[in-house]
Ligand binder design. Structure first.
Ligand SMILES: Nc1ncnc2c1ncn2[C@@H]1O[C@H](COP(=O)(O)OP(=O)(O)OP(=O)(O)O)[C@@H](O)[C@H]1O
Ligand SMILES: O=C(O)C1=C[C@@H](O)[C@@H](O)[C@H](O)C1
Ligand SMILES: [Mg+2]
Length: 167
Protein backbone atom coordinates (compact mmCIF):
# COMPACT_ATOMS: atom_id res chain seq x y z
CA UNK A 1 0.00 0.00 0.00
CA UNK A 2 1.22 3.53 -0.70
CA UNK A 3 0.92 6.32 1.87
CA UNK A 4 -1.49 8.53 -0.03
CA UNK A 5 -4.44 9.89 1.90
CA UNK A 6 -7.54 7.74 1.40
CA UNK A 7 -10.58 9.97 0.88
CA UNK A 8 -14.15 8.65 1.02
CA UNK A 9 -16.70 10.57 -1.00
CA UNK A 10 -20.32 9.98 -2.00
CA UNK A 11 -23.90 10.96 -1.32
CA UNK A 12 -25.49 11.41 2.08
CA UNK A 13 -26.05 8.11 3.85
CA UNK A 14 -23.76 6.08 1.56
CA UNK A 15 -21.72 5.05 4.61
CA UNK A 16 -18.65 7.31 4.37
CA UNK A 17 -18.44 7.81 8.12
CA UNK A 18 -19.25 4.23 9.17
CA UNK A 19 -17.14 2.49 6.53
CA UNK A 20 -14.26 5.00 6.71
CA UNK A 21 -13.82 4.46 10.43
CA UNK A 22 -13.68 0.68 9.99
CA UNK A 23 -11.27 0.84 7.04
CA UNK A 24 -8.89 3.07 9.02
CA UNK A 25 -8.93 0.62 11.92
CA UNK A 26 -8.13 -2.30 9.63
CA UNK A 27 -5.29 -0.42 7.94
CA UNK A 28 -3.95 0.99 11.22
CA UNK A 29 -4.27 4.52 9.91
CA UNK A 30 -5.63 7.70 11.45
CA UNK A 31 -9.33 8.42 10.82
CA UNK A 32 -11.05 11.77 10.52
CA UNK A 33 -14.63 12.53 9.55
CA UNK A 34 -14.71 16.11 8.31
CA UNK A 35 -18.36 16.72 9.34
CA UNK A 36 -17.43 15.68 12.89
CA UNK A 37 -14.30 17.89 12.84
CA UNK A 38 -16.37 20.87 11.66
CA UNK A 39 -18.93 20.28 14.41
CA UNK A 40 -16.24 20.12 17.10
CA UNK A 41 -14.51 23.27 15.86
CA UNK A 42 -17.46 25.39 14.74
CA UNK A 43 -20.69 23.90 16.15
CA UNK A 44 -23.45 21.61 14.88
CA UNK A 45 -23.86 21.53 11.08
CA UNK A 46 -27.61 22.34 11.04
CA UNK A 47 -26.84 25.45 13.13
CA UNK A 48 -24.05 26.50 10.76
CA UNK A 49 -26.43 26.20 7.79
CA UNK A 50 -29.02 28.24 9.72
CA UNK A 51 -26.63 31.00 10.83
CA UNK A 52 -24.20 31.25 7.87
CA UNK A 53 -26.20 29.77 4.99
CA UNK A 54 -24.82 27.08 2.71
CA UNK A 55 -22.02 29.31 1.28
CA UNK A 56 -20.77 30.07 4.80
CA UNK A 57 -20.80 26.38 5.67
CA UNK A 58 -18.94 25.50 2.44
CA UNK A 59 -16.19 28.01 3.28
CA UNK A 60 -15.58 26.37 6.66
CA UNK A 61 -15.81 22.93 5.06
CA UNK A 62 -13.20 23.82 2.41
CA UNK A 63 -10.64 24.78 5.09
CA UNK A 64 -11.24 21.73 7.28
CA UNK A 65 -11.35 19.22 4.42
CA UNK A 66 -8.15 20.42 2.77
CA UNK A 67 -6.29 20.55 6.08
CA UNK A 68 -7.34 16.98 6.90
CA UNK A 69 -6.49 15.67 3.42
CA UNK A 70 -2.99 17.11 3.89
CA UNK A 71 -2.71 15.48 7.33
CA UNK A 72 -3.21 12.01 5.82
CA UNK A 73 -4.80 8.71 6.87
CA UNK A 74 -8.42 7.88 6.03
CA UNK A 75 -10.65 10.95 5.65
CA UNK A 76 -14.44 10.74 5.24
CA UNK A 77 -15.75 13.87 3.56
CA UNK A 78 -19.16 15.50 3.83
CA UNK A 79 -21.37 14.64 0.86
CA UNK A 80 -21.09 18.12 -0.70
CA UNK A 81 -17.37 18.79 -0.11
CA UNK A 82 -16.59 17.87 -3.73
CA UNK A 83 -18.59 20.87 -4.97
CA UNK A 84 -15.52 23.01 -4.23
CA UNK A 85 -13.02 23.22 -7.11
CA UNK A 86 -9.97 23.58 -4.84
CA UNK A 87 -11.06 20.50 -2.88
CA UNK A 88 -11.42 18.56 -6.13
CA UNK A 89 -7.86 19.62 -7.01
CA UNK A 90 -6.61 18.44 -3.59
CA UNK A 91 -8.28 15.06 -4.16
CA UNK A 92 -6.07 14.50 -7.21
CA UNK A 93 -3.24 13.59 -4.79
CA UNK A 94 -5.40 11.11 -2.83
CA UNK A 95 -6.78 7.62 -3.37
CA UNK A 96 -10.45 8.48 -3.75
CA UNK A 97 -13.10 5.92 -2.82
CA UNK A 98 -16.64 6.61 -3.98
CA UNK A 99 -19.34 4.90 -1.90
CA UNK A 100 -22.68 4.60 -3.69
CA UNK A 101 -26.07 3.49 -2.39
CA UNK A 102 -29.47 2.89 -4.00
CA UNK A 103 -32.36 5.16 -3.10
CA UNK A 104 -34.27 2.16 -1.70
CA UNK A 105 -31.42 1.30 0.69
CA UNK A 106 -30.70 4.87 1.72
CA UNK A 107 -34.34 5.59 2.57
CA UNK A 108 -33.93 3.43 5.67
CA UNK A 109 -30.72 5.18 6.70
CA UNK A 110 -31.89 8.79 6.62
CA UNK A 111 -34.26 8.75 9.55
CA UNK A 112 -32.65 11.69 11.29
CA UNK A 113 -32.99 15.46 11.04
CA UNK A 114 -29.28 16.21 11.05
CA UNK A 115 -29.00 16.75 7.27
CA UNK A 116 -30.22 20.28 6.55
CA UNK A 117 -30.29 19.84 2.76
CA UNK A 118 -32.85 17.01 2.94
CA UNK A 119 -35.86 19.29 3.23
CA UNK A 120 -38.02 16.82 1.23
CA UNK A 121 -36.50 13.61 2.54
CA UNK A 122 -35.75 10.99 -0.08
CA UNK A 123 -36.92 13.27 -2.94
CA UNK A 124 -34.22 15.82 -2.03
CA UNK A 125 -31.69 12.99 -1.67
CA UNK A 126 -32.49 11.68 -5.18
CA UNK A 127 -32.19 15.13 -6.77
CA UNK A 128 -28.90 16.02 -5.01
CA UNK A 129 -27.35 12.57 -5.62
CA UNK A 130 -28.23 12.72 -9.34
CA UNK A 131 -26.80 16.25 -9.72
CA UNK A 132 -23.52 15.26 -8.09
CA UNK A 133 -23.13 11.80 -9.61
CA UNK A 134 -20.87 12.92 -12.54
CA UNK A 135 -18.64 14.87 -10.14
CA UNK A 136 -18.25 11.88 -7.82
CA UNK A 137 -17.55 9.49 -10.71
CA UNK A 138 -14.91 11.74 -12.26
CA UNK A 139 -12.97 11.86 -8.97
CA UNK A 140 -13.18 8.18 -8.02
CA UNK A 141 -10.30 5.70 -8.18
CA UNK A 142 -12.41 2.95 -6.56
CA UNK A 143 -16.21 2.63 -6.49
CA UNK A 144 -18.04 0.47 -3.94
CA UNK A 145 -21.79 0.06 -3.66
CA UNK A 146 -22.96 -0.18 -0.04
CA UNK A 147 -26.63 -1.00 -0.66
CA UNK A 148 -26.57 -4.72 0.00
CA UNK A 149 -23.65 -5.67 2.22
CA UNK A 150 -23.12 -4.98 5.93
CA UNK A 151 -20.60 -2.20 6.58
CA UNK A 152 -18.13 -4.56 8.26
CA UNK A 153 -17.94 -6.67 5.05
CA UNK A 154 -17.58 -3.59 2.88
CA UNK A 155 -14.77 -2.25 5.08
CA UNK A 156 -12.99 -5.62 5.10
CA UNK A 157 -13.03 -5.93 1.29
CA UNK A 158 -12.10 -2.30 0.76
CA UNK A 159 -9.15 -2.52 3.15
CA UNK A 160 -7.80 -5.54 1.25
CA UNK A 161 -8.19 -3.72 -2.08
CA UNK A 162 -6.48 -0.58 -0.76
CA UNK A 163 -3.57 -2.61 0.60
CA UNK A 164 -3.00 -3.87 -2.94
CA UNK A 165 -2.74 -0.33 -4.38
CA UNK A 166 0.62 0.16 -6.11
CA UNK A 167 3.21 2.40 -4.43
N1 LIG B 1 -23.69 -0.97 4.53
C1 LIG B 1 -24.61 -0.49 5.36
N2 LIG B 1 -25.71 -1.21 5.64
C2 LIG B 1 -26.66 -0.74 6.48
N3 LIG B 1 -26.61 0.48 7.09
C3 LIG B 1 -25.55 1.23 6.86
C4 LIG B 1 -24.49 0.81 5.98
N4 LIG B 1 -23.57 1.80 5.93
C5 LIG B 1 -24.04 2.78 6.73
N5 LIG B 1 -25.21 2.44 7.30
C6 LIG B 1 -26.03 3.25 8.22
O1 LIG B 1 -26.50 4.34 7.45
C7 LIG B 1 -26.47 5.54 8.21
C8 LIG B 1 -25.65 6.57 7.43
O2 LIG B 1 -24.29 6.13 7.37
P1 LIG B 1 -23.11 7.19 7.44
O3 LIG B 1 -23.41 8.25 8.47
O4 LIG B 1 -21.85 6.42 7.58
O5 LIG B 1 -23.24 7.84 5.99
P2 LIG B 1 -22.44 9.06 5.39
O6 LIG B 1 -22.12 8.69 4.00
O7 LIG B 1 -21.31 9.40 6.30
O8 LIG B 1 -23.53 10.24 5.36
P3 LIG B 1 -23.31 11.86 5.47
O9 LIG B 1 -22.90 12.37 4.12
O10 LIG B 1 -24.66 12.36 5.82
O11 LIG B 1 -22.28 12.10 6.50
C9 LIG B 1 -25.88 5.19 9.57
O12 LIG B 1 -26.96 5.03 10.47
C10 LIG B 1 -25.18 3.86 9.34
O13 LIG B 1 -25.20 3.07 10.51
O1 LIG C 1 -24.32 16.40 0.93
C1 LIG C 1 -24.19 17.49 1.55
O2 LIG C 1 -24.21 18.59 0.98
C2 LIG C 1 -23.99 17.44 3.01
C3 LIG C 1 -23.67 16.23 3.57
C4 LIG C 1 -23.32 16.08 5.00
O3 LIG C 1 -22.23 15.17 5.07
C5 LIG C 1 -22.97 17.42 5.65
O4 LIG C 1 -21.69 17.86 5.26
C6 LIG C 1 -23.99 18.46 5.31
O5 LIG C 1 -25.23 18.04 5.84
C7 LIG C 1 -24.10 18.69 3.79
MG1 LIG D 1 -20.81 11.12 7.29
Amino acid sequence: MNDRTIALIGPMGAGKTSVGRRVAKRLGRRFVDTDAAIAVEHGPIPELFASLGEPGFRGIEREVVQRELRAGGVVSLGGGAVLDASTRAALADCTVVLLTVSDAAVAQRLASDRRPLLTDGIDSWRRIAAEREPVYRALADVVVDTSRLPMTRIAEELAVQLQEEPA
